[in-house]
Ligand binder design. Structure first.
Ligand SMILES: Cc1cc2nc3c(=O)[nH]c(=O)nc-3n(C[C@H](O)[C@H](O)[C@H](O)COP(=O)(O)O)c2cc1C
Length: 161
């Protein structure tokens, strides 16, 4: 029998389908670890009131105009109305990184700032992950997906610590 140590929900938005495999690979990285139960959901399928059922929440967004999508911003603000004391979070984004790294971690940092301000009950489990895509519609750049798996593994280790 496997004893569940932590339940994690991964919530993401993905306009062109690149943030989705990032979310899936992070989830795969976590679920390899015994005792970590994962659920992955697109933002439109999430009932914010059910977030309290989980020990940790991971939030992912494509970079839109230097920050997370409007939907993810609104979702984070709604989390502020819930009782999330003792729960953990981490965030991830995808950004256009072919020409420069100007947008590296921009959406991640904005999400972290908003969560720290508006949802202070949530404690950060790991520094956010920022993944490069080649063009507006992708694809994800080579060498980026393995980082997602490592990120998932790292979070699982933290949750079990
Ligand atoms: C409306 C819009 C605004 C965007 N603004 C930025 C931006 O400011 N910086 C950036 O790096 N990428 C920007 N992008 C590119 C997205 O980051 C890229 O399309 C996304 O990472 C792909 O993820 P998805 O397939 O999950 O939607 C923008 C994309 C859209 C649709």
């Amino acid at each position: 029998m496997v004893i569940v140590v932590a339940k994690v929900i991964v919530v993401y938005e993905s306009k062109y389908g690149n943030t989705k495999p990032v979310a899936e690979t992070i989830t795969e990285g976590m679920s390899k670890s015994e005792g970590i139960e994962t659920v992955i959901k697109e933002l439109t399928d999430v009932d914010p009131n059910k977030i309290t059922d989980y020990d940790a929440i991971l939030i992912g967004s494509p970079n839109h105009y230097g920050g997370p999508t409007k939907g993810i911003k609104e979702f984070i603000e709604r989390l502020g109305k819930l009782h999330l004391e003792g729960k953990l979070y981490a965030v991830f984004d995808t950004y256009l990184g072919k020409k420069s790294d100007y947008f590296f971690e921009r959406a991640v940092k904005k999400m972290e700032k908003t969560i720290n301000e508006k949802v202070p009950a949530l404690k950060q489990i790991a520094s956010g992950l920022s993944i490069k895509v080649q063009g507006m519609k992708g694809p994800i750049m080579e060498g980026e997906l393995p980082k997602c798996k490592e990120f998932g593994k790292k979070i699982a280790i933290q949750l079990k610590a």
